[in-house]
Each structure stands twice: as C-alpha cells, then as structure tokens.
Design a protein around this ligand. Structure first.
Ligand SMILES: [Zn+2]
Length: 492
C-alpha cells in the first residue's frame, strides 16, 4: 500500500471516528429520564363522593350531534343545576355567567390585578352513542355505573371528567379556609365542542376579547398521559399539545367533451379527475421535523431505546431516513406534514355516455407552518392541467393554530403538576391532529396548551367517541390532584 493510500485510509478512519463521536455526544446531550421522585401517594380526600358526582354528571345526556339539536340544549339547565348542587363553595365564591343559554364562564377573582389570569377549559357536551352499539356496552352508556374500579359512560374521558375534576380542585382549595387566589382563575366550559364550538367556546372567547382578557396560559383537552401508545417507549409519555392542525377541503372539477362512449377522446373527464387525485397522493406536501410534531418526537427520545435516541438526536445526519420512516405510518405521517386525503369522487351516469364533468373532494389537514394559500398553490402546481379547476368545498378552510411556547411559564407549571401525580412520566410537547375548542381559546392566549392527565393505553383510545368509554377511579383521583396542584402553583 502506498504511503498516500495509507494516509488517506487513516484520514477516513479519523473522519468516521469524529462523526461517531459527534453522533454520540448529541445523543448523550438529550435530557435524561426524570428521576422517580415521590409523587402523591394517596388519593385526594373524599374521592368516593367525587366519583359519585362524576357518575351523576355522566347521567345527564348533554349530547351534541347537529347544530339544530334542541334536545341537547334542553339538557344543559339540568347539568348546570347538578354543578350548583355538587360545588356549593365554587358557586358561592366564583362569578358564574351563562353564555348563549348553555355554556359557562366562571371567574375566581384574583387579588393582584396586575397578574394575567389562567384559563382552564373543557366542554360539557358529549358525542351520541352510535345507533346499534348500545348493547355492546358493558354498562349502559349513560348509566354512570361505578364498577370494577371504573366510572363508565359517555363523557368519562371526553370530557366531563375534566369539568368535574377542575371544579373538585377549586372546591377543595376553597374548603381549605376560603383563600383567595392572587391570580384570577377563569373556567370556561363550552356546550358544543363536538360540533365546532361556535355557540360555546367561540362566544366565550368573543366576550373575553371584549373585556381585553389575555391569559397567561390556557389549558384544554387534546393529549394525555400515553401508556404503551408510542412504540418502544419505556416510560409513560405525558404529551402536552402545543398546536392543532388546520383543515381545508377542495372540490376538484375536470371538464371534457361529452358524447358517445364509442368514440372517446384520449382522456375523459373521469380520466382527468383520476389523474389529478393520483398526482396529489403521489406528491404530498413536504414533511418537516421542526414543527411541534417533530419536536414532540425529540421530547419522547429519553424514553426510547438507545438506537432510536441516536437517530432522533442526530437529525442533521439521519433526518431524511427518519422522515421516510415516519411517513410510512399514517399516525406519524400526520405529525410531520400536511396530509392529503381524497374522500369523495363522482362522475358519469351511464356506461355509454361520456360525462362532461367529473369531481372529487380532497381533504387536507394543515400542519403548523403551512398555510391554506400554500396548499392551494401546491395543488395548482401539482395538477397543472387547464381542464381541472378547484374551488373551496363548504367553507374557506381553517389555518393551523399558532404554536405555544414549550419553554414558557405555563408549560413548566403544567409539567410540574404532571410530575406531582406521575413522577416518572416523560413530559414532551406534541401536535394535536384533531380539532378542539382551543382553536378559539388561542385567541386570548399565546400559550394555549392541550392536555388532560388521563392515562390512556391503546385500547382506551378507541373508547373516545367509541364503546365502553370509562375512567379508572384511581386516575380520576389523579385528575383532581392535578388541577388542584396546577391552580395552587399558578394562582395562589
Ligand atoms: Zn372532547
């Protein structure tokens, strides 16, 4: 071997060693696992009575299924009455306003008006039980049955548990001697989240905006303590949603000459619409690891096996491979990009008639960072066919929300309250891929977080809006402790 070759060989080995060292250093720089500190060892006082109150709340059928459903409206006075009877101290000390007849806004006035309030939110409505599935429930969906260590029924985890646990927490703080908070605490409970929140959360936010309220942070549903949900994770992951995706549906229209199918042109309207849809599926919006979805994966890294930590900590090197892998699974793909979903296609009425028009609807879910205008430009460039045009389908589309700061004081307070009930959980940021009322609440806070401390395993996730919705009694006690700790630390 020539001297030159030997030198080159040594040079290559040194480069490889330096690379390996950089990869290792980056991996070791990741935050470590939280020490298994002392959490709350005992459930909150009076948990049995609190569980009975939650059961009673589930029995009031506050169902939202369509904007015009009068029966749901009618169930709210009964629900309000139940809250009044369940939490006498709250209703003595806090101002309560009824918005649009059904939603509730409570104000616990702080003694220091210079402090921005905190805004704790939840929705009181629930989705209907899918007709025909009633018999598959272990306990009837509106029974509020307390059995086998759980409270069962519609709303147990979406999300009367948060409405009730938040009020339990404030009731217990008031019972401690009538202490007043320094910082104002606002509680906003909407009544129509499951159908968009227009009459509930949006109206509450309009009122808060009129009053020039800017909250230090807001907290709503959106994510949870995930147990075994993230493949490979050795710890439970408490995921705090920083943002939620936007949405846009486009109606694509392909035009062509009609006529008899015996002499078709090279491409028909059906062929053109099929080509357009297929192009959109093949050319997705670009993926990024820099958004809240990607940051969330990095946040989860401490709980993952060493090999995965190496990859996640060295995105400068493994980024393209990582994106390819994440794109392959629908769940992780939705976290790193705006998704493209063709959902309706139509055209033609008879087998021997060429249709002059064929249409398709494509639904996009926008990741933070992508705008409605950018998605439309992408669609235009990708299809690039003068015979295929598109328009908005049922509305102009909704942008993704802004992204709350994962280093802000609200995030830290929520993380501390999580560690009070789940000391060894890894707290990580995340992106919420479905809609919540926080698309409205974000208007009165730059720090809209989305998290509730229910512990969810993979089978629990399908109980949300599904059959056998339930919450563990121990977990419900943790919820009460969490909201008590959070209000105490941020407002008292
Ligand atoms: Zn919900």
């Amino acid at each position: 071997m020539s001297r030159w070759l030997r030198k080159a060989g040594i040079g290559l080995i040194l480069i490889a060693l330096a690379l390996a060292l950089a990869v290792l250093v980056n991996t070791l720089r990741l935050p470590g696992l939280p020490a298994a500190g002392a959490g709350l060892s005992s459930p909150p006082a009076g948990l049995d009575a609190a569980v009975k109150r939650l059961s009673a709340a589930i029995q009031v059928q506050t169902v939202s299924s369509s904007p015009m459903q009068a029966s749901a409206e009618n169930s709210f006075p009964a629900f309000h009455k139940l809250l009044e009877e369940s939490f006498p101290r709250v209703h003595g000390a806090l101002k309560r306003e009824v918005i649009n007849g059904s939603s509730l806004l409570y104000t616990w006035q702080g003694t220091d008006p210079s402090l921005a309030p905190i805004l704790l939110t939840a929705h009181m409505d629930v989705v209907p039980v899918e007709p025909g599935t009633e018999g598959s429930w272990t306990h009837p969906p509106f029974s509020g049955a307390i059995a086998d260590g759980y409270v069962w029924g519609r709303g147990a985890i979406d999300m009367k548990h948060v409405v009730m646990a938040t009020l339990e927490g404030i009731e217990s703080l008031l019972a401690e001697g009538g202490a007043k908070p320094k910082r104002t605490v606002l509680l906003a409970f909407g009544h129509d989240e499951e159908i968009g929140g227009e009459a509930g959360a949006k109206a509450i936010v309009d009122l808060l905006e009129q009053r020039k309220v800017r909250a230090m942070f807001s907290l709503d549903e959106g994510s949870a303590i995930l147990d075994g949900v993230i493949p490979g994770a050795t710890r439970q992951i408490a995921q705090i949603g920083l943002s939620e995706k936007g949405g846009l549906s486009l109606l694509l229209k392909a035009k062509a000459k009609g006529g008899h199918s015996s002499m078709p042109p090279q491409q028909t309207a059906v062929g053109k619409i099929g080509r357009a849809v297929s192009l959109l599926e093949a050319h997705q919006m670009p993926a990024t690891l820099d958004g809240p979805g990607g940051k969330g994966l990095l946040g989860v890294a401490p709980a993952l096996p060493f090999g995965m930590r190496v990859v996640l900590a060295n995105q400068w090197l493994f980024g393209p491979i990582l994106i390819r892998q994440l794109s392959a699974s629908p769940v992780t793909n939705a976290l790193i990009r705006t998704t493209t979903a063709p959902t309706i296609i139509q055209g033609g009425v008879k087998e021997n008639v060429l249709p002059s028009e064929a249409t398709a609807v494509v639904n996009f879910r926008l990741a933070p960072g992508d705008t409605v205008a950018q998605v439309k430009a992408h669609v235009e460039q990708t299809i690039a066919d003068p015979d295929v045009t598109f328009t908005d389908w049922r509305g102009p589309g909704v942008e993704a929300t802004s992204v709350a700061d994962m280093n802000g004081p609200g995030y830290k307070l929520i993380a501390e309250a999580i560690h009070a009930i789940a000391p060894d959980a890894v707290v990580a940021p995340g992106l919420v891929v479905t809609g919540t009322d926080s698309k409205h609440y974000g208007r009165v806070s730059d720090a809209a977080y989305r998290f509730a401390p229910m512990r969810l395993t993979p089978p629990d996730i399908v109980r949300i809006h599904g059959t056998n919705e339930r919450i563990g009694i121990v977990n419900y006690g943790e919820l009460i402790s969490f909201y008590t700790a959070l209000v105490r630390a941020s407002a008292m």
